[in-house]
Ligand binder design. Structure first.
Ligand code: ADP
Ligand code: MG
Length: 729
């Protein structure tokens, strides 16, 4: 009956590793071979053009159309040398994926034939007919024009025989419709504000650069099994499935050897990544069965983010070559860990200083404390916003699920840093002056050797942890565009640094010494940030109560969490830093609510269908077998004897009927709740209705289906079970 299930399970378990086409050269030789990087620019561009372009990239200046024409010509030559015939503007709309529209290089030659051509105009700006991208109402369809414009700071690359040009995507009226535009603005804001503060310590600093090292977690599932699970295909997660008797309790996967099929996939992926100039470095098993991680060496945030967006699509493609499907969903399976994307984030100067790393001299350490204190204050000030920046219909299943940070933002510092901070915080005025003495700055930091602060910390329960020379924002979801978190974080820190500088400058103007002025303001920040600092167990219930007492944002409903974007403090912060205006913020929230609603809507439809068309019929068939059996027993053994012998079947029959009737009722209830919610026109209210009245039914229905899975004849069960999905041989 469920021959399909057995067929696909057999197909999956017989599958062998796919051979990988390993280049003969060493990685350093094919690294970035598909990227129009500086070496290729030098090779393919006239010297004048090359210099003008590098100057524009380094100093964040626009290029003239003349230079653009010359660059386009060289780029086209490089591309055609590599067999490429098409180009596309590659951008990041608010859908969490990337978008492309391909065009050929061809133009009429005026003689009835064609020539291969690519102009500066086409390189620099395009007008994709993009009315179907989410825009939160900014761009009405009657003027469905959005522009994509080349981001020269991110190099052009070749993917699938197409020249891809990273671009921003903005509306006709200039509002951003993507992630890249506000990210670039936030990075520029933190550069400006950070440079102002870094110059207290080193007047040579010209720029402060934001770095990002993401750790991408994912699941792999065999393609045959995947295809037999409509819920995975349509929603990216299993909407039903009883826990496997064995899953991650033995913790054998994390330390285990990587299965050969997966190893082949990882090797293939790494080679592809390296050709694209993505410095993939680390690969390993994760905690849950079938769960893995890929991490590159960190890069400048805009580039790192492009690389993450790129790797997510490359992963999907490479997985297919290996007869896998990749699951980037935050919680594809109940009962085992979900996937996140730790964002390792730091600020550094163009003079080579990592600003969150303790240094060798007292002054370097004061700089370190200055930046740490400002980050803590910014995260405290905008903790609700930072949570909103990582929230989604998919990530909300993972947060607070006792394997991931709770839906409360706090900062872990580790005991060594905590001790230093508390020393400053508790010093009185005279001590501050002593600490800031001219000859010797004794923060108690100087004796700590370089980079030795808690860089081995393994407190995994904190959503935002200091890890020696960076902060690790761990609440980011595995399927998310990291830009969302990076926009909020860099902008918040930029605002805070600018405020800090203003205060320190007024102290200096009043005649205070620099060190004293800095220490006094640091102390104020540390006192202000006490509530956000938490080194304990973030999974505990006590912490939830404690966090509420401390006034941290403890909202758990996604629809309400998004409200944080429209708080006056957020609007003001984004305005001051020039990252987003009020219209953009409103529009983005409309999109967030709409996306939330749509995702729950799809899940509700899929689960409703599966419950009614797959599960109930099978359960009913099994029920009738049991009933048949009971009748036969009772015919053969009339009276008490027959009743006694069939009593267990009778009990099972009752249970099955009970679960089936609840499932049917709940599906009907869910359909009605959906209809009611769909009548609401306001996006926020609609999302709220979905979260309160539709989403809970998914859990109820699932619970009863999972109970049936344990009762119904295994031969009859239609969908691959967890134990079949989760263990790659
Ligand atoms: P784990 O957190 O699992 O120990 P790693 O130490 O390998 O992982 O680092 C994870 C990521 O952090 C990598 O991408 C690494 O390049 C990045 N990283 C290391 N130092 C910094 C830094 N100063 N700023 C930003 N990212 C960093
Ligand atoms: Mg990490």
């Amino acid at each position: 009956m469920s021959s399909l299930r057995f067929k696909v399970v057999e197909e999956a378990s017989n599958r062998k590793a796919v051979e990988v086409d390993i280049p003969k050269e060493r990685p350093q030789e094919y690294y970035a071979s598909k990227v129009f990087n500086r070496a290729k620019m030098y090779e393919y561009l006239p010297l004048d053009t090359y210099k003008a372009l590098i100057n524009a990239i380094d100093n964040k200046e626009p290029i003239s159309l003349e230079v653009a024409d010359s660059v386009a010509e060289g780029m086209k030559r490089w591309a055609t040398d590599n067999g490429v015939r098409h180009y596309t503007h590659w951008f990041q709309p608010l859908t969490e994926t990337t978008a492309e529209k391909h065009d050929g290089f061809i133009e009429h030659d005026g003689k009835g034939g064609i020539v291969e051509e690519f102009s500066g105009k086409l390189l620099v700006q395009q007008e994709p007919d993009a009315s179907s991208f989410p825009n939160g109402g900014i761009r009405n369809t009657f003027e469905a024009r959005g522009y994509s414009a080349w981001d020269i700071s991110s190099p052009v690359f070749i993917l699938d025989n197409t020249l891809c040009i990273p671009t921003i995507f903005i509306s006709y009226t200039g509002e951003s419709l993507d992630y890249k535009t506000p990210l670039l603005r936030a990075l520029s804001a933190v550069d400006k504000a950070g440079t102002g503060v870094a110059r207290y310590f080193d007047p040579n600093v010209q720029h402060v650069i934001s770095n990002l090292g993401w750790e991408q977690e994912y699941f792999l599932v065999d393609e045959a099994l995947y295809a037999a699970r409509p819920d995975l295909v349509m929603t990216g997660r299993t909407l039903m499935g009883h826990e496997s008797a064995k899953n991650q309790q033995l913790e054998d996967h994390y330390f285990g050897a990587i299965p050969s099929r997966v190893q082949a996939f990882m090797l293939d992926l790494e080679i592809e990544a390296h050709k694209l100039g993505i410095p993939a470095k680390t690969r390993h098993n994760e905690v849950a069965p079938n769960q893995f991680e890929l991490a590159p060496i960190f890069e400048e945030t805009n580039l790192a983010n492009d690389h993450n967006m790129l790797i997510m699509s490359v992963m999907a493609e490479v997985a297919r070559r290996h007869n896998f499907r990749i699951l980037l969903h935050e919680k594809p399976f109940a009962g085992i860990n979900g996937s996140g994307k730790h964002n390792n984030w730091s600020l550094g100067t163009d003079t080579g200083t990592l600003l969150f790393a303790p240094g060798k001299t007292p002054m370097e350490n004061l700089q370190f404390i200055t930046f740490v204190a400002n980050v803590m204050a910014a995260v405290h000030r905008h903790n609700a916003l930072l949570k909103a920046s990582i929230m989604s219909a998919t990530n909300c299943h993972r947060l607070g699920a006792n394997e991931a940070p709770p839906a409360i933002i706090s900062i872990f510092t580790g005991s060594q840093l905590a001790e230093i901070l508390s020393k400053i915080k508790n010093s009185d005025k005279d001590e501050l002056i002593a600490l800031a003495g001219k000859e010797k700055l004794d923060l108690g930091v100087a004796q700590i050797p370089e980079l030795m602060i808690d860089n081995t910390d393994r407190n995994r329960t904190s959503p935002f942890a200091f890890t020696g020379n960076r902060f690790e924002f761990r609440a980011v979801g595995s399927s998310a565009n990291c830009a969302s978190a990076m926009i909020a974080l860099n902008a918040a820190v930029a605002e805070q640094l600018a405020d800090f500088k203003q205060k320190v400058d007024s102290r200096l103007a009043a005649g205070e010494g620099l060190q004293h002025a800095l220490l006094a303001e640091i102390k104020a920040l540390l006192l202000y940030s006490e509530a956000i600092h938490f080194d304990g167990n973030g999974y505990s219930d006590e912490w939830k109560e404690e966090a509420a007492r401390r006034g941290l944002d403890c909202e758990t409903n996604p629809a309400l969490i998004f409200d944080a974007y429209l708080r006056p403090s957020s609007i003001e912060m984004f305005r001051k830093t020039g990252v987003m205006n009020h219209v953009e913020l409103e529009a983005r929230n409309e999109v967030k609510w709409e996306m939330y609603t749509k995702k729950i809507q799809i899940e509700a439809r899929v689960l409703g269908d599966l419950a009614i068309n797959h599960i109930i019929p099978v359960a009913t068939r099994y029920l009738s077998i049991l009933l048949d059996n009971m009748v036969k027993i009772r015919t053969l053994f009339p009276g008490n004897k027959g009743e006694e012998l069939s009593s267990q079947d009778a009990a099972t029959v009752e249970k099955i009927m009970h679960h089936c009737s609840i499932i049917k009722e709940e599906v009907a209830k869910m359909v009605n709740a959906r209809k009611d919610a769909n009548r609401i026109s306001e996006e926020r209210e609609k999302a709220l209705a979905y979260s309160l009245h539709v989403a809970p039914s998914l859990e109820v229905i699932r619970y009863h289906i999972d109970k049936l899975e344990l009762m119904v004849d295994n031969e009859m069960w239609p969908l691959p079970k967890y134990r079949e999905l989760l263990f790659i041989r």
